[in-house]
Design a protein around this ligand. Structure first.
Ligand SMILES: Cc1ncc(COP(=O)(O)O)c(C=O)c1O
Length: 400
């Protein structure tokens, strides 16, 4: 986008919506979701039937989601936060056990490790893809490492084969190959080397929270796996322990599952629109000096949950913050830092990772910013956002 065009766009347009940096509804609903929700409520109004417990809607949703991901099983749950807790419960972690998690992340996976009483080991991410760096993971492994818990960051798959190979090469002395658990809260529907996210690894945790790529009425989640032993264990954890062992209540509701079936059927269409917005934006911004744009490596299928940008290294911190303030105050373009290193910004996590240093994550956390994106964003709005970013970058550069 040349200077004349961006000036014209900025002087003649405004955003039709005050797009939140991370929109509070990640997809959109149609009359079909509404109709199915109403029908499921009506069907539940009989005292014999009610809303529970594990009913046809739930098993249908689980089967459909497993089929979509190409996995043997899917266990529906009430959210990815509890899903990550449940995933780690399946490891029966002891206080000396270690789990490696990237710090450029949402806090949930890190909290889950602390919550299960194991030692949280944080690792660096690749500076281009922002996915957990396999080389750094290998450096941080010890004989006490039990699991690697990568996040499929901001909609792109993490390099699962690299982690699985490390997991085989560095078995735990007692438990064998390390377990690789994926956090796909932001990446439902993404692809990796001919598979859907959710297929690779011991298990993968998904979120259907309102901000995510599809949502089951605002909350919800699922865990996919090919391990035949995990389904029964997760289902017992989900519903008060089954016949033996501990459990609680992590169930998705019947109405959520019914709506989830419709959202799942529409997921690829919603992702396709996100991809179009991202591809248009990349085309518009590709020549902006010093701006690093999100990448889709060969063999990957990015869902663009967020459109993650990096300012130049020399702008880390203060200038990045000035750019974000300028975009918001002068052009109404809200941006979010998703996410800064959690071992630095969340005091509780900092307390549990004392002495662990991640210089690259510190730097990346001070360089990244995500302007809004959404499947319903129009070409005109996208052009306006791109023009504001290009103009903002030029102004910060001129300020010196
Ligand atoms: C990467 C990541 N993991 C986990 C979660 C937690 O998901 P939920 O809100 O479904 O518990 C989120 C949600 O914000 C997330 O972004």
């Amino acid at each position: 986008m040349d200077k004349a065009l961006r000036k014209e766009i900025l002087s003649t347009r405004r955003l039709s919506r005050n797009w939140p940096a991370e929109p509070h509804l990640g997809g959109w609903y149609t009359e079909e979701e509404i109709a199915v929700a109403v029908k499921t409520i009506r069907d539940s109004m009989d005292p014999v039937t009610g809303f529970g417990f594990i009913c046809k809607e739930i098993t249908d949703f689980e089967e459909a989601f497993a089929r979509y991901c190409g996995t043997a099983d899917c266990v529906s749950i009430n959210g990815a936060g509890s899903g990550l807790d449940m995933a780690l419960m399946c490891l029966d972690l002891q206080p000396e056990d270690e789990v490696i998690v990237p710090s450029i992340n949402f806090r949930a996976a890190l909290m889950a490790v602390i919550g299960q009483g194991a030692r949280l080991v944080v690792c660096e991410v690749d500076p281009v893809t922002l996915q957990a760096d396999p080389n750094d993971i290998e450096r941080r492994l010890t004989p006490r490492t039990r699991a690697i818990l990568p996040v499929h960051m901001n909609g792109l798959s993490a390099p699962m084969d690299d982690y699985l190979e490390i997991a085989e090469r560095h078995p735990h002395p007692k438990h064998g190959p390390l377990k690789v658990i994926g956090d796909a809260a932001r990446a439902c529907g993404g692809g990796y080397k001919g598979t859907k996210i959710g297929k690779k690894g011991w298990m993968t945790v998904f979120s259907f929270h309102t901000m995510k790529l599809m949502t089951t009425l605002g909350e919800g989640g699922g865990i996919t796996t090919d391990d035949p032993e995990l389904g029964p264990r997760l289902r017992a954890l989900r519903q008060f322990g089954g016949t033996e062992g501990w459990g609680s209540n992590y169930k998705m509701t019947k109405v959520q599952a019914a709506v989830g079936l419709v959202q799942l059927r529409r997921l690829d269409e919603m992702i396709e629109r996100r991809r179009k917005v991202a591809q248009e934006r990349t085309e518009l911004l590709k020549d902006v000096e010093g701006l690093t744009l999100p990448v889709e490596p060969p063999g990957y299928w990015h869902t663009y949950y967020l459109y993650t940008c990096l300012v130049p290294k020399e702008w880390a911190g203060e200038k990045r913050d000035r750019l974000m303030a300028l975009l918001q105050n002068e052009y109404g373009v809200n941006c979010v830092v998703a996410n800064p290193p959690q071992h630095k910004v969340v005091p509780f996590i900092a307390k549990h990772t004392q002495g662990q240093e991640l210089p690259l994550s510190d730097e990346l956390g001070a360089r990244l910013f995500c302007p809004p994106t959404h499947p319903l964003m129009t070409r005109e709005e996208n052009e306006y956002i791109a023009a504001a970013i290009a103009e903002g970058m030029a102004r910060i550069r001129e300020e010196g």
